[in-house]
Design a protein around this ligand. Structure first.
Ligand code: AMP
Ligand code: GLY
Length: 423
């Protein structure tokens, strides 16, 4: 079949890489894609929120399956746009409906959903500008650190964790009364701080059945030892070594099942990925957040471990037949290390020539922010390349990635040398 992947990051390169290996794939497209997706797919210059142009592309190229990479088009309702268009009614789109996407689009909605379905999460209350004072009083009842979350999408920057009570009150006021994160912080969720170790679980659901994909752990901070500014993710490993059968059973029974069941009970059309951000506290799993898509760079370690034909898996999701599919996972571990532009996540330059990719044999180089120009691959974003390796354990996989990174170069290239340091 003909397939379109929406997005332009390392996640989308990983999707095209896996889909291109399927016997089921005839013509593959990426919109807008990057220099990496161009190795497997035809890049079409369409932005992910231009639904009309996406529709035209789907019809013109007889595309039967669309995989939505990032959250933006999902939160903007691309699933409903497809389902409401007569000419697209047979096209499978992997991603939730508008209502499902609110689990990521609104932190308050996500908390209400968890409360309603008895899914373990941090205690919370939410506030708007009219009850700013009540918000400040609520902060006084908590012990530090204080967790403030902008309700809406804020490009991964909307969560503040603050040690000082007065500073927390000031930031609450900045968010609610002075639109620190624009409309996204018109509502703020204040929640109990959970002290533990984070991990992520990925679920593919067709709305009734589900498959649990490999676990992963990402490293969000720019600096070694997990210090400094938050980034989109500087590296990841899969599986997470501390997830044993007991923890996995708790995650499935207390979190995955009630989540899928809750969607069903609420009549929410959801055929896509659920990325559940978890924290383990004294052996018990709690949900930190839902995302309604795969993670980046988590995708770069999760997908390469899936041995089941990805197109079969995605088609079964669209046709609500996931129960008919056996999910086969590569027992090897995967690790990825992100190479980023110097300065990221603050200001950085683009357009730097990247060399050495063709010399890499035993790692997969996924392109994130890259562009092909006059026969050269150049940097085109903060996160530039993700170097993924598979091996018997994550330390060996990391060693391979780090060895291969020595072959790669662009001006002001930076990466963390300590991925997995805490495990
Ligand atoms: P989120 O955007 O909700 O994933 O939050 C970003 C990061 O803030 C998470 O990855 C956690 O590291 C941290 N975080 C969020 N909520 C809490 C919480 N209740 N307790 C401790 N850390 C949190
Ligand atoms: N790596 C975190 C995310 O994709 O949201």
């Amino acid at each position: 079949m003909n397939i379109l992947v929406l997005g332009s990051g390392g996640r989308e390169h990983a999707f095209t890489y896996m889909i291109a290996q399927s016997k089921r794939c005839e013509n593959l497209f990426a919109a807008p894609g990057n220099a990496g997706t161009a190795q497997f797919a035809t890049n079409v210059p369409i932005l992910v929120n231009d639904f009309q142009a996406i529709k035209d592309c789907v019809l013109e190229n007889k595309i039967e399956l669309v995989v939505v990479g990032p959250e933006d088009p999902l939160v903007n309702g691309i699933y409903n746009f497809f389902r409401e268009s007569n000419s697209l009614k047979d096209t499978i789109l992997i991603g939730p409906s508008l209502e499902g996407a609110r689990l990521e689009g609104s932190k308050e909605r996500a908390k209400e959903f968890m409360l309603e379905h008895d899914i373990p999460t941090a205690a919370y209350q939410s506030f708007t500008a009219v009850n700013l004072d009540a918000g400040k009083q609520f902060l006084e009842t908590l012990s530090p650190p204080y967790v403030l979350k902008a309700d809406g999408l804020a490009a991964g920057k909307g969560v503040l964790i603050i040690d000082d009570l007065e500073e927390a009150k000031t930031e609450l006021e900045n968010m609610l009364a002075h639109a620190k994160f624009g409309a996204a912080s018109a509502t703020v969720v204040i929640e109990e701080f959970l002290d533990g170790i984070e991990l992520s679980v990925f679920v593919l659901t067709d709305g009734v059945n589900y498959k649990i994909l490999p676990t992963a752990k990402d490293y969000k901070r720019i600096g070694e030892g997990d210090v400094g500014l938050n980034t989109g993710g500087m590296g990841a490993i899969s599986p997470v070594p501390f997830v044993d059968d007991t923890l996995m059973r708790k995650i499935e029974e207390r979190i995955v099942k009630p989540t899928v069941e809750g969607l069903k009970l609420e009549g929410i059309d959801y055929k896509g990925f659920i990325f559940i951000g978890l924290i383990k506290v004294h052996g018990e799993p709690y949900v930190i957040e839902y995302n309604v898509r795969m993670g980046d760079p988590e995708t770069e370690v999760v997908l390469p471990r899936i041995k089941t034909d990805l197109v079969d898996l995605l088609e079964a999701t669209g046709k609500q037949r996931l129960d008919k599919i056996d999910l086969e996972i590569d027992p090897r571990a995967a690790a990825t290390v992100m190479l980023v532009s110097g300065g990221y996540p603050e200001a950085y330059n683009k357009g730097k020539e990247i060399t050495g990719i063709e010399r890499i044999g035993d790692s997969i180089v996924f392109h994130a922010g890259t562009i092909q120009q006059e026969g050269k691959v150049r940097t085109n974003g903060g996160r530039v390349l993700a170097v993924t390796s598979l091996d018997n354990d994550f330390r060996k996989a990391l060693k391979k990635s780090y060895k291969n990174i020595e072959e790669l170069y662009f001006d002001r290239m930076y990466y963390r040398t300590d991925i997995g340091f805490d495990l």
